[in-house]
Design a protein around this ligand. Structure first.
Ligand SMILES: [Zn+2]
Ligand SMILES: [Zn+2]
Length: 154
């Protein structure tokens, strides 16, 4: 496949929220967890991780989902489209891939929480986990593998 070169743009359903990403993505993920199924009204969520300092977002947002001090989900205030999440104290943001104008180019490289997976629901992910990668080092290794995968055209 191969991904386009940055910057990338995207918007919510109504267009009131617009995003711009000036860096290449760090990782693409499909999450099958039961929370994501409910949050997205679908079989799994699609995330494209970006460095926080490459992310610009304009338009009014509200928080929703099951949020806490360390987990915030942001939605367009007008159309309530799920835009992105911030999880923990990291320098990354988790953009919902469907917000991107070229969402089809960001196919999931990693698949997590397969233990909650709907029986029929499958993705073309290269790496698959019943739960989550267990350490920051493992996540880092997946991000490097994703970067090489993108460079070689997937
Ligand atoms: Zn909207
Ligand atoms: Zn999930």
């Amino acid at each position: 496949m191969g991904i386009p070169t940055p910057p990338y743009t995207g918007q919510c359903l109504c267009g009131a929220v617009r995003v711009t990403l000036t860096a290449a993505p760090l990782l693409t993920v499909a999450c099958h967890c039961a929370d994501c199924q409910k949050l997205t009204a679908s079989a799994f969520s699609l995330t494209t991780m970006f460095p926080r300092d490459s992310f610009e977002c304009t338009g009014a947002l509200v928080t929703g989902g099951r949020h806490s001090a360390e987990r915030q989900h942001f939605y367009c205030r007008s159309c309530l489209c799920f835009v992105y999440s911030e999880v923990g104290q990291t320098d990354r943001i988790n953009l919902r891939t469907s917000v991107l104008d070229e969402a089809d180019k960001f196919e999931p490289f990693l698949e997590v929480m397969r233990e909650d997976k709907l029986e029929w629901s499958n993705t073309p992910s290269v790496h698959r986990y019943d739960r989550y990668p267990t350490s920051p080092e493992e996540l880092q290794a997946l991000m490097s593998a994703y970067s090489s995968w993108c460079a070689t055209g997937g």
